[in-house]
Design a binder for this molecule. Structure first.
Ligand SMILES: N[C@@H](CCC[C@H](N)C(=O)O)C(=O)O
Length: 281
């Protein structure tokens, strides 16, 4: 089986071209756990299949390293956009990709045939507690208290198709993410578990963020997490609507457009290597 390793701000996934390579649907979770393993497999934060689609130009089928399916992946969708363009599956620089039933629109900056940056219309952030989903007393969970591992935190919950809880902290560098992250992920208030972003506000245009991802653990970046971070910053009066989110593996520019209510994410995507794997299915 052929595969391609790609990364966006250090959030690395194994990409499988579903037009040519086949893994039976019921075997995908097991295949993903094996391929993501950094010792016995290829190694990555998960696996993304690039498939044909009737609803959009392409489909992204995204799995976390633990083999669970996610509705959306911000860094992944930029990598899929670069893959389909730079490997010749399309000659367009504007096209659509569906993930988790939602169609997203890509706008590529290309130099000499190589994609340098991708701007993605990530759609509207969803704040309704039932849709995020979070068990909350209020209709929206904005600056709401949560007790995690016997400590009180304040969180703002945002869905970008997938669930996020955003928590403002004094310093991301000093935050004990590995200890606290799993307690947020599996807290009873999140019926489908959650991704959690810990955010330090530097200025009205610049924040630092570290993420604990559902199904993977700490990663170097999370695109949907950066979008949720920007939305939470605006909702809590911490920044303006356009913000640079610095993560461990780089930075993304996020803009929450007032007119359309859509969030736009701009950032890089890179090939790491192509490879071949012995896999019998
Ligand atoms: N890293 C991703 C998000 C991947 C899915 C997430 N862990 C989930 O389960 O929702 C991104 O860049 O958005």
């Amino acid at each position: 089986m052929r595969f391609t390793k790609m990364q966006g701000c250090g959030n690395d996934y194994v990409y499988i071209n579903g037009f040519t390579e086949k893994v039976p649907q019921e075997k995908k979770p097991e295949f993903v756990r094996f391929a993501s393993d950094r010792h016995f497999g290829i190694g990555g934060d998960g696996v993304i299949f690039i498939n044909p689609s009737d609803e959009a130009d392409f489909e992204m089928e995204m799995y976390n390293a633990d083999g669970t399916r996610a509705e959306m992946c911000g860094n992944g969708i930029r990598c899929v956009a670069k893959y389909v363009h730079d490997k010749g599956l399309t000659d367009q620089t504007q096209f659509s990709i569906v993930s988790g039933g939602k169609v997203k629109y890509m706008d590529l900056t290309v130099e000499n045939g190589i994609t340098k940056a991708i701007r993605v219309d990530m759609g509207e952030p969803i704040l309704t507690a039932a849709e995020v989903p979070v068990v909350s007393k209020n209709e929206q969970s904005v600056d709401e208290e949560i007790v995690v591992d016997n400590e009180k935190y304040r969180m703002t919950c945002v869905s970008m198709g997938n669930p996020h809880a955003v928590v403002f902290v004094d310093s991301t560098a000093d935050f004990p993410l590995e200890q606290i992250g799993p307690h947020f992920e599996n807290h009873e208030r999140f019926p489908r578990r959650t991704n959690t972003e810990f955010v330090e506000v530097v200025s009205p245009e610049y924040v630092k963020m570290r993420v604990w991802e559902r199904g993977t653990g700490e990663t170097l970046a999370c695109g949907t997490g950066c979008c949720a971070t920007a939305a939470a910053c605006v909702l809590n009066g911490k920044t303006g609507r356009k913000v640079t989110v610095e993560v461990l593996g780089g930075a993304l520019t996020i803009e929450w457009d007032e007119k359309t209510n859509h969030i736009f994410m701009t950032g890089p995507a890179e090939f790491v290597f192509d490879g071949e794997l012995e896999y019998e299915g």
